[in-house]
Each structure stands twice: as structure tokens, then as C-alpha cells.
Write a protein that binds this ligand. Sequence first.
Ligand code: SF4
Length: 162
Amino acid sequence: MKKVDEMREGIPENPWPPWVSFVTTASALPAVALGTASLWRGGRRKLPLWGGSWLALTTVSRRHICARCPYYGEYCSTLFGKLTPLMWPRSDEPLSTRGFYWDVALAPILFALAAPEAYRISKRFFLAYLAAWALFLGTLNGLGCRRCPLAMCPFNRFARVT
Ligand code: SF4
């Protein structure tokens, strides 16, 4: 297994103050709550796929991304840096753009799963659902990605390190 120093070769010191991890992670909760509420009211047969997709995003994806990340085990752009060691050991595999495709694929699926039901409840509910996703992605981008040095991430338009 590679030592942390070897993995961090050429990687900047952790750029995120710990509070960022909590704020970006908490910013996802309104989207989760409104999505779950809209499916509970109008699309219960989708709830297993909704729950399974969030589970995949918070577990399987982390094995392909955070377990390979130089910031594994640290407060980072989200709480995943701290949560991943509870699920997966550190991986020797290089962190690559392909690994991030898990998140790139799951995020729009999650948004789209509950959107029709949110719209069917009312236009106001749908706007609240849209605003909740904008809050999540805007906060993650503004606080997390803006500081993130990992240029292999497709979400990252700020970084330097490939
Ligand atoms: S910086 Fe990104 S990829 Fe690395 S552990 Fe944190 S959330 Fe995962």
C-alpha cells in the first residue's frame, strides 16, 4: 500500500477548513427531503430506486473516488473524506476521471427521479425542489469545488492538479 506521502506527491495541502465539509453535506438535505416527500406522495414505487441511488452515491461511489483520494480520512469538500474510511480501506488505485463518473451519472438520475412527482404536487413544490438542488450544487461548487485541487473531477473547473 502506498504511503500517504507518496499519494500526496505534488498534491497541495488540504485546502478546506473543516466547516466546509459540514456545510456542503448539510446543503444536500433539503433536496433529499423534498425528493423523498414528493415520491412518498406520488411515486412510492420509485422509492427503492431513489433510496438505492442515494446509497450508491454515498457508498459504492466512494470506493471508486474517495478511497483513492489523497484527502482520504480528512475533512474535505464534503464529509465523504471522513465517512469513507468507515466503509472502505484506502485504495492503491489511482484517482481518475473515470472514478468520478459514478457521481456524474448518479446526480442527474437522482434529480430526475423525483422531479415529475414534485411537479405533479404543485408548481410551488417543484420550484422548491429545483431551489433545493440549486442550493446543494451551488454550495458544493462555491465552497468545495472552488478550493479543490483535483482536476480529474469532471465537476471541477477551477483546479490545477491532474
Ligand atoms: S476531496 Fe473529494 S474525492 Fe477526495 S475524499 Fe473528499 S470528497 Fe472524496
